[in-house]
Design a protein around this ligand. Structure first.
Ligand code: NAD
Length: 499
């Protein structure tokens, strides 16, 4: 019998009573690792109710104690870094270095959460009127929920619950049903760090379980990361139910290459940025725009891409792993086919790709198209595979117009040697995260992850100061004390002077 991934409720691993479950497979071998249950409505209710009870105590735990929990958690995550990366590799297919990076970027957010006290400082003004002072306090919301995608099963849960919990909330995590083992291990380590019962609950499932969270009165805020269609549904439902929501969605990221850039740097950087992690990154570069004479570098880009190949998680020569599922692979292959039919020139075709000894993996090799135009499906759709589209244009104005016309706005980069060109691009581009000679500009957690347009629905972004605002309320107190009242009100026979 296939083993079931447990729920994590009140610090215990619990076998779900669910009659339905979905197989969790190793994408490199096709082997079924376990099955993720569709958490029953009773189990969902219990997870939420107990998180609400836990909140009543946790919100009063002194802030330095909350920080210390995060310090212990950070140390444990580092201690278990390789173990977590190995679990993650098995269920995502990521190569080991990539899997370690996934965990590491989550650890960095925990470090930021450990520094919560200074981020929870309110504001104060003395004498807003004669003898009247105003102070603001930052208080938690209650039970918050997080719904996470398959592509970063360590980093993205860690974007969410450490900051929410450090702010004084409790948290329900619904990770991707495609790779739930890593989040469960993260939860176990949180318990080992000393998290009290009910602080973090992990439930599994799909649309029904997500909708339960979105419609539940006790859930105060919802963080979501995933595809555009689901993100829009989550944002609309959560806000319609008067909840706070932040929804990080799909992307299409452009790299603009100016002819004065270093060709060597461009070619070296484009490979990892486009096909690294099999292109299954929301900040992957999926379009390279070669401006003017930079179009002559296309053969070098092709050669560099042709030199890398996918492979098993522990194959140190492999540049990336398989796609997450056979369905994801079929989708990418059909987009490649469509691009050919729509007139893009396929310079490198990864559609037929095998890896020795792993005949059942969801392999797609590096794929490169040139002559791509904005009306082609391969340009309009988020491919989420190791496919790079190349567009050739004449100047920076055209590059800006193209990028700003994209409905997405997660990330972009420009490679140039000119400060003036770089400044203009970063100022005028309508994208939330910009790299200058940096291909994938993911901000560290003391900043926030600031996607724009169709890549993000909401107001406050993930981690950094914006996460603190997202997971808290501000209470503003204006006070006045009357002279003499305290002396009359002190002592064992206290009388209150109401004059
Ligand atoms: P997905 O939308 O299929 O799933 C995300 C989560 O939503 C999962 O937990 C899933 O169980 C749940 N879900 C799926 N269908 C649902 C439905 N109909 N109703 C409610 N919940 C539902 O996304 P995915 O394939 O796991 O992840 C890949 C996507 O995530 C890509 O589009 C990628 O760009 C995006 N992503 C975005 C960011 C960002 O920061 N913008 C980061 C990582 C991934």
């Amino acid at each position: 019998m296939t083993k079931r991934v447990p729920l994590f409720i009140n610090n215990k691993l619990v076998e779900s009573d669910a009659s339905q479950a979905i197989p969790v497979t190793n994408p490199a071998t096709g082997e079924v690792l376990s099955e993720a249950p569709f958490t029953t409505s009773q189990e969902m209710e219990k997870a939420i109710a107990d998180a609400r009870t836990a909140f009543q105590t946790w919100k009063n735990v002194p802030v330095p104690e909350r920080s210390r929990l995060m310090l212990r958690y950070q140390a444990l995550l580092k201690e278990h870094h390789d173990e977590l990366a190995e679990i993650l590799s098995q269920e995502t297919g990521k190569v080991f270095d990539d899997a370690r990076g996934d965990v590491w970027r989550g650890i960095e957010v925990v470090e930021q959460a450990a520094n919560i006290a200074s981020q929870l400082m309110g504001e104060s003004v003395e004498n807003v009127a004669p003898n009247i002072d105003t102070v603001s306090y930052i208080q938690p919301l209650g039970v918050c929920a997080g719904i996470t995608p398959f592509n970063f099963p360590a980093m993205i849960p860690l974007w969410m619950f450490p900051m929410a919990v450090a702010c004084g909330n409790t948290f329900i995590l619904k990770p991707s049903e495609q790779d739930p083992h890593t989040p469960i291990r993260l939860a176990e380590l949180f318990r080992e760090a000393g998290a009290p019962e009910g602080l973090l609950q992990v439930v599994h499932g799909g649309k029904e379980q997500v909708d339960t969270l979105l419609n539940h009165d006790d859930i105060k805020a919802v963080s979501f990361v995933g595809s555009v269609n689901v993100g829009q549904h989550v944002y609309r439902t959560a806000t319609n139910n008067l909840k706070r929501a932040q929804c990080f969605a799909g992307a299409k990221n452009h790299m603009v290459v100016m002819p004065d850039a270093s060709k060597e740097q461009v070619v070296n950087n484009i490979v990892g940025a486009s096909v690294g992690a099999a292109g299954q990154r929301c900040m992957a570069i999926s379009v390279v725009i070669l401006v003017g004479e930079a179009r002559e570098w296309l053969p070098d880009i092709k050669e560099a891409l042709a030199a890398v190949r996918p492979g098993a998680w522990n194959d140190t020569d492999a540049a990336f792993g398989p796609l997450i599922s056979p369905q994801a692979r079929e989708r990418v292959l059909s987009l490649i086919q469509q691009a050919k039919e729509e007139g893009a020139e396929c310079l490198l075709d990864g559609s037929v790709c095998t890896v020795d000894g792993l005949p059942n993996g969801n392999w797609v090799g590096p794929t490169l198209f040139s002559g791509v135009t904005p009306d082609m499906t391969i340009y309009k759709e988020e491919v989420f595979g190791p496919v790079l589209c190349c567009m050739e244009i004449d100047n920076l104005d055209e590059a800006l117009e193209l990028v700003n016309n994209s409905p997405y706005g997660n990330g972009t980069s420009i490679f140039t040697d000119s400060g003036a060109v770089a400044r203009r691009y970063r100022h005028e581009v309508e994208v939330g995260q910009v790299g200058i000679n940096v291909p994938i500009p993911v901000p560290l957690p003391f900043f926030s992850f600031t996607g724009w347009k169709g890549s993000f629905y909401g107001d406050q972004h993930a981690y950094g100061k914006q996460a603190v605002r997202f997971y808290t309320e501000t209470k503003t107190v204006t006070s006045r004390w009357f002279e003499g009242a305290s002396t009359k009100a002190s002592g064992p026979n206290m009388t209150i002077n109401l004059k």
